[in-house]
Design a protein. Structure first.
Length: 237
């Protein structure tokens, strides 16, 4: 993973995907989905999952443009062998996973656990899988988000930022951009996802590749979706 010299089309891509797309989602697309009735949301959810996956492919294609049309290598985008420090990154990843599992167990046991999760996920309840049959679609969404978003933010965007900014500023810019990508979740959601993106970035830098953060990202989204499904629907049964 290394710096990428920005071209003029990179500025267009960054403006469209880091500013235009989040604003469109937060101001137009997501408000329309929230105004739908629960029955309408259930009916459109399978197609919504396919639509999300399609848009993730756009992120992946944009991230690969320096390799497809420039002189960047795949290792420079984070798709090379892991670095020597990968055991430390893996240990941190496993530790974070263990903490998430412990938190999940505590939420399930606490009398007000489901209510607390419902309050936190109310803004994104429309995307949470409801029926068991929707879990396959949600798994596909999680896999696409893990691979494509990491390739775009921690591979492509980090490379561009490293090409024009000091290292600390590049890390900060990428984390902020990832948070703004979730603008539809509100200010709190932007802050939380920026911090989460910082964690994925740390994994990427420590392992010098995107394989670990891709897996961690996908598993975290699966954890959030299934915990939300339990809190929103199953806990009331």
């Amino acid at each position: 993973m290394g710096p990428i010299t920005p071209q003029w089309w990179d500025l267009v891509i960054v403006a469209a995907l880091c500013l235009g797309a989040p604003l469109l989602a937060a101001l137009v697309t997501i408000p329309k989905l929230r105004r739908l009735s629960p029955g309408q949301q259930d009916a459109m959810r399978p197609n919504l999952y396919l639509n999300i996956c399609f848009h993730q492919w756009l992120f992946a294609f944009a991230a690969l443009t320096p390799w497809l049309f420039g002189d960047a290598t795949l290792p420079a985008l984070g798709l090379g062998p892991v670095g020597a420090d990968w055991p430390f990154a893996l240990f941190g990843c496993l530790l974070a996973g263990a903490l998430l599992l412990w938190q999940r167990m505590q939420v399930h046991r606490h009398p007000q656990g489901a209510a607390a999760v419902r309050r936190q996920l109310q803004a994104v309840s429309w995307v949470i899988p409801r029926r068991r049959a929707e879990l396959a679609g949600w798994a596909l969404v999680c896999l696409h988000a893990g691979v494509c978003e990491e390739l775009f933010y921690r591979g492509y965007l980090l490379g561009l930022a490293r090409g024009v900014l000091p290292e600390w500023a590049a890390f900060a810019a990428v984390s902020v951009a990832f948070g703004l990508g979730h603008l539809y979740q509100g200010v709190r959601g932007v802050f939380q996802t920026a911090l989460l993106g910082g964690g994925f970035l740390l994994l990427a830098v420590m392992s010098n590749s995107l394989w670990l953060p891709m897996a961690a990202h996908a598993l975290f989204d699966w954890h959030s979706g299934t915990l939300g499904r339990w809190a929103l629907y199953e806990s009331a049964d």
